[in-house]
Design a protein around this ligand. Structure first.
Ligand SMILES: Cc1cc2nc3c(=O)[nH]c(=O)nc-3n(C[C@H](O)[C@H](O)[C@H](O)COP(=O)(O)OP(=O)(O)OC[C@H]3O[C@@H](n4cnc5c(N)ncnc54)[C@H](O)[C@@H]3O)c2cc1C
Length: 365
């Protein structure tokens, strides 16, 4: 439940609320503003929340959900400057790879991206170990932040070993930036081709052949955070609608007095209540050490579909002015659409939930 939080979590929520209203307002996204936000986030203890140095000071999933939901509930600008880069699939690596990639990543000196999605009809990205080198060939079609990244954590099928996560530096010979593109929400992505890229074999993260579970763990953690973010935007949208529906129309009557309008608004509130209940229950289960793979998928599907429906309905209730390009609802409409695809398409996640229960007897209700 979002209620009954510990004193620490209530303080974290208050900190996030104050932070959002001080630093995440205004439309300036210049490098200078982002640097100021990062510095303020460090002072407020928010920047390091996603990058604990030791396992025993790792924030709980509940804390991460509270922070992300609370910030999103302010419909913030530059929210991605608040949290430091997390270790992701590099979590737990030691030795040379920790020094060359993990440590600079956490310090903000190197930028990472994630290469999982591939074009249809091409051979999966594959690699061959020859001596101390891994020779990689293949393509990745949707690498967020790829054009500015120093390295890509890539899923590579290594001959004789199986799918593995491999760190590929973007400045290596044979790494070809094929295309840069911007998606509906304004975020930047890139497509890459690898032609006989020679990667030191110590760039294979963990045991060769264990890449898929590693990649899926990163995607799984991110799914719950997507749900938390969607839940925050639901709170913001419902507040906007409440203000709209309690204001008077031309006749002087409150807009929310019409039954059909009230019905739509109530329906959205029911779904937001369900989405938040799922989110907080799942975060608590995760913190108790339970396997939440199926529950995180359920949260992500439900929350991202609900925020999509909510913004769409809110535009309908507010009217044409909400479709003016820079109206907050128009901006949010563009922002949330991708969430039903990123980190797993809703359709595919539904099939996985079905498989979880019917073939593996996993998943709660
Ligand atoms: C904003 C954004 C950021 C992203 N960032 C990254 C990133 O950093 N790294 C990365 O690797 N990827 C990234 N992606 C890609 C994302 O992971 C994929 O878009 C997503 O996994 C869907 O894959 P796809 O686009 O290839 O579509 P497909 O896999 O072709 O799916 C399209 C549709 O086909 C149907 N379908 C597909 N497979 C099945 C199936 N098995 N059974 C039934 N129906 C099916 C479903 O209707 C599905 O919605 C990002 C996407 C977005 C939108």
């Amino acid at each position: 439940m979002p209620e009954s939080l510990t004193v620490e979590l209530t303080e974290l929520r208050d900190t996030c609320q104050a932070f959002a209203s001080t630093y995440l307002v205004g439309s300036d996204s210049s490098a200078e503003t982002r640097a100021q936000i990062r510095a303020a986030a460090k002072s407020a203890g928010l920047f390091g929340l996603t990058q604990p140095t030791q396992q025993d000071n790792a924030p709980t999933q509940l804390a991460l959900c509270v922070a992300r939901e609370t910030l999103a509930a302010a419909n913030p600008n530059n929210m991605d400057s608040v949290f430091g880069p997390s270790a992701g699939v590099l979590g737990g690596v030691t030795g040379a790879l920790a020094q060359s990639h993990l440590e600079p990543l956490l310090a903000g000196d190197k930028r990472a991206s994630f290469g999982f999605t591939e074009p249809d009809n091409v051979q999966p990205t594959h690699g061959q170990i020859t001596g101390e080198q891994l020779i990689v060939n293949g393509q990745k079609s949707y690498v967020t932040g790829g054009a500015d990244a120093d390295f890509i954590n890539c899923l590579v099928h290594i001959e004789g070993r199986g799918p593995s996560m491999v760190v590929i530096d973007t400045n290596k010979d044979g790494v070809i930036l094929e295309k840069k593109f911007v998606s509906l929400d304004g975020s930047h992505h890139a497509a890459f081709r690898f032609e006989n890229v020679s990667v030191p074999s110590h760039h294979i993260i963990g045991e060769p052949g264990q890449g898929l579970p590693k990649a899926m763990r990163q995607i799984g953690d991110t799914r719950l955070l997507f749900a938390a973010q969607a839940s925050g935007y639901m709170l913001w949208t419902l507040e906007l609608l409440k203000a709209h529906l309690t204001s008077a129309d031309k006749s002087g009557e409150a807009r929310g007095n019409k039954d059909v309008v009230r019905w739509h608004y109530a329906n959205l509130r029911i779904k937001a209540f369900a989405a938040r209940s799922m989110l907080y229950r799942t975060a608590r289960l995760a913190d108790e050490g339970e396997n939440i793979v199926n529950e995180a998928m359920a949260c992500k599907v439900f929350a991202t579909e609900t925020i999509g429906e909510m913004v769409d309905t809110a535009i309908q209730l507010v009217g044409g002015v909400a479709l003016v390009e820079d109206h907050p609802l128009a901006i949010l409409y563009r922002k949330v659409r991708g969430w039903r695809l990123a980190e797993g398409a809703s359709d595919v996640l539904r099939l996985n939930i079905g498989r979880g229960i019917l073939e593996l007897d996993r998943g709660r209700i």
